[in-house]
Write a protein that binds this ligand. Sequence first.
Ligand code: ZN
Length: 414
Amino acid sequence: MQLGFLGGAREVGRSSLLVDTGKEKFILDCGIEVQHGKRPVNLPRNPDGVFITHAHLDHSGFSPAFYSMGYKGKTFATAATFDMAHMLLEDSLKVQLKKRQDPGFSQQDINRMGKKEGILGFREPAEFGSSTVELFSAGHIPGAAAVLVESRKKSILYTGDISFTPTDFMFGADIDRRSPDVIVSEATYSYKDHPDRRKVKERLTSIINQTCSNGGVTLLPAFAVGRTQELLLMLKDINFPIYLDGMGIRATTHTLSYPETFLNQRKLSYAFEKCIKVKRGSARGEIVKEPCVIITTAGMLQGGPAGFYISRIMERRECTLVFTGYQVEGTPGRHLLETGVYENEGVSARPKFSMHFLDLSSHSGRSGLIDFYRRMNPQKIMLVHGDRTEEFAEELKGMGFDAHSPAVGENITV
Ligand SMILES: [Zn+2]
């Protein structure tokens, strides 16, 4: 069996893995690197199946391109993933056209993909020629799956993005199939464990209370899918107005229609009803005049209404910006966090508001990954989706694992 690392190796973004069993070719994920629209390399034109682990664009963002290359087959994912990916893909297409990037697919291709949906549930193995493919719940965001491909000779488990620790919003990953030949594992946080979520929630609440009591605005840039819903749940008892702006509004409506994919559905419905949805761009200027919390896209500041809010609170020391998600290298969010300078869409400035990074990750931390490898007992581990995968592979070798950190474009026979 051959594995082709087409993207998202020694980097975060444009995740894509080719599994070639000798009889069938499967594509697991086909994402883009969101900041510059970078794509996976060496995509085959006519695979025997395309699988999407979850809706985030770094895993789904280039998948409609198969239909522009003449692919006639289906794309497979859970129902929740399809629904949310469809929404994110349409938005991403518009954003790329606006930036004068070539997206590599059209609205028609998104529609074609919509007509070729192969909806899979968790633990419902499906046969593809001589192979079987099965999805397992990955605990990352609603609908997120890990994919097990079994051919006659080998089995590969690809984690997608994975989290093992249950939160108020998500179940932990649920994978019981032991001893695959190979695990292709995300390793976003191979170098650290996450702090206790309850403590992070306390810290966030106290930052908000302090900021708002001083007359300031707390700005929470957030991924539309996953993080926005968790923040709404977490902040449902805050005594200051909570505004929800950008794609997170639609994403929450979509999420609520898949109640089996997350926890505390009633509380999320309540929190969503209670928050104030920003429906008109013209309302934004008024919102920042009063103490409040604003949850808005984009999570890494590379678009959405976040830029507008930043420009309005730039000079106000009493305001606060809190990042709660991973900031990919090269994004305005990462740059601001590392240098204190906001550089985006022609603006370059050093904001006066205070800034925090709170770790509310929906990716497994280091210990969770290592425990997982011990439990699963694979022959080989291939590390992807991380900035420090080479280091981690060396560390894992020291622990007795056969680990490797492939590069983009590398093909490995297993
Ligand atoms: Zn993700």
